[in-house]
Design a protein around this ligand. Structure first.
Ligand SMILES: C[S@@+](CC[C@H](N)C(=O)[O-])C[C@H]1O[C@@H](n2cnc3c(N)ncnc32)[C@H](O)[C@@H]1O
Length: 279
């Protein structure tokens, strides 16, 4: 990483050596979210309700109350939606700082400072294990073993990720600027989230179903900066690096013809949810 935190691109990783590098980066960066917990709580988007229902194992509008582990729950974006849909939620994350934000927002949700690979839950305890923007941080072998242990018979695993595939010119310019951060968003692997799903499906011997929703989040420009400020990449920068990184984002929004002088911006998301049902 450059000392000034510039947006230098990393080479794409395609080999076994790259996977080893990714495992090391996963461990370091996956631990880093506590440093950006407040930005995360303030600025990260939630999830479309039909995907929340899908992940919980039901249909939109027909909730069967379930006990759900939200893993890598962070500041509670998905927990909040699961709770609102009528489920019992237990939230787990290795970052106590992230969970403190979750508790401030959702005081009734029990929390566990825990990693996917070592869950302090009894056997056959939950109807679903879900992870939003988080499964790419887990070790598939150790985590899948834990998922099998804590899931009740008939239970399932659900993963969801936002993909900022926005065709608006300003959003494309931002994506280009944040090329390194975009890889963080998708698990930092050239194969993307599908490879993460495939790895877990193999470990769980699971059938996979997918649902994708395109939606728009209307936000003030500062929310776009805040979203970048909450990335794991930012969490690893010093103050000067962070200011330089975010300065480039502010500069783009202040000068791009589509965003200059605007009070609100439409951020388009393509959000994909994967349900893995062990056979
Ligand atoms: C990008 S945040 C997602 C937070 C939240 N689920 C959301 O939808 O916005 C990823 C979270 O995964 C957590 N995490 C990283 N490694 C993990 C692991 N091995 N087991 C469980 N959670 C992990 C991080 O602490 C962080 O809170």
């Amino acid at each position: 990483m450059s000392p000034t935190g510039g947006l230098r691109s990393l080479p794409l990783m395609t080999s076994d050596a790259a996977n080893t590098r990714w495992a090391a980066a996963r461990s370091e960066r996956g631990r880093s979210f506590g440093a950006v917990a407040a930005d995360y709580a303030a600025w990260r988007p939630g999830y479309p309700s039909e995907l929340v229902a899908f992940l919980a194992g039901g249909e939109h509008g027909h909730t069967v109350r379930r006990r759900i582990l939200d893993l890598g729950a962070g500041t509670g974006q998905l927990s909040e939606s699961l709770l609102a849909a009528g489920h019992d939620v237990v939230a787990a994350d290795p970052s106590a700082d992230m969970l403190a934000q979750l508790t401030a927002r959702l005081p009734g949700v029990p929390t566990l400072v825990a990693r996917a690979e070592d869950l302090p839950l009894p056997d056959d305890d939950v109807d679903a294990v879900v992870a939003a923007q988080a499964a790419h941080w887990f070790d598939p072998v150790a985590a899948a073993r834990e998922f099998r242990r804590v899931l009740r018979p008939g239970g399932a695993v659900g993963f969801v990720w936002h993909m900022r595939k926005d065709s608006a010119p300003w959003a494309a310019a931002l994506d280009q600027l944040l090329a390194a951060d975009a890889r963080d968003q998708q698990g930092d692997r050239p194969e993307g989230n599908q490879a993460v799903v495939d790895a877990f499906a193999a470990q769980l011997d699971a059938e996979v179903t997918i649902r994708t929703v395109r939606w728009v989040h209307r936000v003030p420009p500062e929310a776009v900066v805040g979203r970048v400020a909450s990335s794991s990449r930012i969490a690893l920068l010093d103050d000067a690096g962070r200011d330089a990184y975010l300065g480039q984002v502010r500069e783009l929004l202040a000068t791009h013809a589509d965003t200059r002088g605007r009070d609100e911006l439409d951020v388009s998301y393509l959000t994909s949810a994967y349900r893995l049902t062990p056979r």
